[in-house]
Design a protein around this ligand. Structure first.
Ligand SMILES: [Zn+2]
Length: 104
C-alpha cells in the first residue's frame, strides 16, 4: 500500500469537502424540507374537503405555512442543501475510514 497515494486521496477528499461546505454556506439554507399536503377542515360534511394542496416548510420540527404555492427557487435551494449535506457526510465517512487505515 502506497502511503503517498493515500495521503493524496485524503487531500482530495478534504478539498472536495471544503468545496461542498462552501457551496452550502452560499446557499444559506439550513435543514428544512418542503412538504405539500391536503388538509381537512373542521366543518362537518364539507363538500370541498380536503383543501389544498398547501405548502409548508418543516424546520427543526416546526411547520411553517408557505401558501398555496411554493417558490421553486426556494424548493431547489432546499433540495440542493439536502444533497450537499448528504455528500459532505459521505466524504466525512470516507475520510474517517482512510484515516483509520493510516493509523495502523
Ligand atoms: Zn373542508
Amino acid at each position: 500500500m502506497d502511503i503517498g497515494l493515500i495521503i493524496e486521496e485524503l487531500k482530495r477528499l478534504e478539498e472536495e469537502k471544503r468545496r461542498l461546505e462552501e457551496e452550502l454556506k452560499n446557499i444559506g439554507e439550513d435543514e428544512g424540507i418542503i412538504v405539500c399536503k391536503y388538509v381537512r377542515c373542521s366543518k362537518q360534511n364539507c363538500k370541498s374537503c380536503p383543501h389544498g394542496p398547501y405548502y409548508y416548510v418543516i424546520e427543526n420540527g416546526k411547520w411553517k405555512y408557505l401558501g398555496k404555492s411554493a417558490d421553486p427557487v426556494l424548493i431547489a435551494r432546499k433540495e440542493r442543501a439536502k444533497e450537499l449535506k448528504k455528500e459532505i457526510r459521505k466524504i466525512e465517512r470516507k475520510i474517517m475510514q482512510i484515516s483509520s487505515i493510516i493509523s495502523f
